[in-house]
Design a protein around this ligand. Structure first.
Ligand code: AMP
Ligand code: MG
Length: 368
């Protein structure tokens, strides 16, 4: 997952002292992406963010399946073990596998924690540049089967068949963000923003008690262009889409979210899925799951989770929102699409989290 983990010293030297209004911010490279932590309370030191980074590095060193970056990790050991051989893993890894297995079962295998043979074959985002031979795709696909992963009550795990393997790339970032937030909250932090490569987690509201504004990226555009804005507090906002890691061959884009049933990158009319939830491990798992499930399955699944909401974008630039997200359409967008009528700012009641989505890009429309 990672090549270098050099801390990029930003403005921390200037901002690190207590008693000022600016946040303390630091970032580093971990989990295959830039992760940034900003504490918006006064009186905290940079060393708290260092502690967070050390914890995330520990999670990475346990759960990475990158043979380029690590000689061994707990999950590489699991993947290299003989069939039914039990490998002891840390409580961290056990918990992530357990959760990943639950999402695998819940989605009937659209999300599959044993996706590793396909991930390793395609190598999308880690050097893969062409479509593998069909028979190799078939072979790898036949080894993807979450029912072959066993989690034993003594804290060990095993896989049923030679060549099987687990990969937690779809969920580990979420777990790491939750752990980071736990460390900050336990240290007394009440207002913070964590950005793990676009997976956002916010602690509390902003210091002035207004909601955080979190941009939902426009799928086909460069970073920092948004189709809309989520306003929320004490939540995590996680997006899965085909533009993070991919290669192109013969004009076709092959991206990193694979459909275990076909062995190919998932393609079902969805452009991206954003999940808003309380726990980042759930949001991370659900965004990947929903992306593979497709529109109908995704909407149905999210309505079963009282603590999760979704903003789903189709290839035809339609935006679907689940029932717990209040809709807003900017005036410009209303004029352009003839769409929804009400763009009033939601009152931010004390203590109550009201999650809203405001569409800001005229080329998209919210489907009611
Ligand atoms: P995300 O960016 O969170 O949607 O996760 C994508 C990553 O999850 C990929 O890079 C793979 O490591 C892994 N992955 C890809 N397809 C699946 C799948 N169908 N089920 C579970 N994990 C997957
Ligand atoms: Mg995910």
């Amino acid at each position: 997952m990672v090549q270098l983990s050099v801390t990029l010293i930003l403005l921390t030297a200037l901002l690190g002292c207590a008693g000022h209004a600016d946040p303390i911010t630091d970032e580093t490279y971990l989990l295959g992406t830039v992760i940034r932590v900003s504490i918006h309370d006064e009186g905290y030191k940079d060393s708290l963010i260092e502690t967070v980074f050390e914890r995330v590095a520990e999670i990475e060193a346990r759960m990475s399946t990158s043979e380029d970056d690590y000689e061994t990790t707990e999950l590489l050991s699991v993947n290299r073990a003989a069939p039914d051989e039990r490998t002891r893993v840390s409580p961290d890894t056990f918990e992530v596998l357990q959760s990943a297995l639950e999402y695998s079962a819940l989605s009937g295998g659209s999300f599959d924690v044993t996706i590793w043979p396909l991930v390793r074959l395609w190598k999308i985002g880690s050097g893969g540049t062409s479509v593998p031979p069909q028979e190799e795709i078939e072979r790898a696909r036949s080894l993807v089967d979450y029912t072959g992963l066993k989690l034993h009550s003594d804290g060990t795990v095993s896989l049923a068949r030679e060549g099987m393997g687990v990969d937690v790339g779809a969920i580990a970032k979420g777990y790491a963000a939750d752990e980071a937030a736990r460390i900050l909250s336990e240290a007394g932090v009440e207002h913070a923003l964590l950005d793990f490569g676009g997976n956002i987690l916010v602690i509390g509201a902003k210091p002035d008690n207004s909601p955080w504004r979190i941009g939902v990226q426009r799928p086909d555009a460069e970073r920092s262009r948004y189709i809309g804005i989520v306003r929320t507090a004490d939540r995590t906002v996680v997006t899965s889409g085909p533009y993070e890691r991919f290669f192109e061959e013969d004009g076709v884009r092959y991206h990193h979210i694979l459909n275990p049933k076909t062995g190919y990158p998932s393609r079902n009319g969805l452009e991206q899925v954003t999940i808003i939830a309380e726990r980042s491990i759930d949001a991370d798992a659900l965004s990947t799951t929903c992306y593979v499930l497709g529109l109908e399955g995704a909407l149905k699944l999210i309505e079963e989770f009282p603590d999760a909401e979704a903003v789903i974008v189709t290839e035809t630039q339609e935006v679907y929102l689940t029932s717990g997200v209040e809709r807003h359409t900017s005036a410009a967008n209303r004029a352009a699409t003839g769409g929804a009528t009400d763009a009033e700012e939601t009152e931010w009641a004390d203590g109550a989290v009201v999650t809203t989505f405001e569409l800001t890009d005229d080329e998209y429309r919210i489907v009611e």
